[in-house]
Design a protein. Sequence first.
Length: 221
Amino acid sequence: MDSNKSNPTIERLIADYEQGYLSEEILARAIANRADQAGLNAVGLTMELMLIVLGAIALGTATVARQPLQPQGVPSAQQLMEQAAPSPNFPGKFTRPTALAPISSKMGMRFHPVHKFWRLHAGLDIAVPIGSSVLAPADGVVSVAGWAGECGIKIQLNHGGGWDTRYCHNSKALVTVGQRVKRGDAIALSGNTGGYSTGPHLHFEIRKDGNPLDPLKFVSY
């Protein structure tokens, strides 16, 4: 097993924090946990320990108690999004991007199945078989269509007014960047691509000005 997936580096934790996947408190606990692990494997990790100390000081968390990564007292993304509502610029009703199917993971804080620490799951996982049609939930323009690292084959649609939708782990893109699509158009075939997909599904996000919103507030499954 790749140790970086089960035991992420400080650089990866900081990157996740900067992208909004981790809160400052959870990052602090991750740093403390990483320090514990490094202490058990000190040989060859001197420079990494220095980074841990510097990172903890920078965050004002040098005295954080070392403890498991359970985010006690940290509200879930679901709770934070409970007050979210469509803005005046909402482009219209979003429809389901797939046929009716089970939800395998909702939006919210979860223990990452690969990284093995708590992070924000910024969308909805829909358990559809590989090759299922992924449909545009509203009119828009394709802004991303292709491979995107851990997201696998990714499609992103710009719907105007700061709204966009994102679709990860597809097996095939059916659209190209710059293409205009209508609600209900097939934009991809679902799959299991990307380093962190643990089974066939579609990861679906709705964002406003880059901020993730709970898709279940806009579509029903």
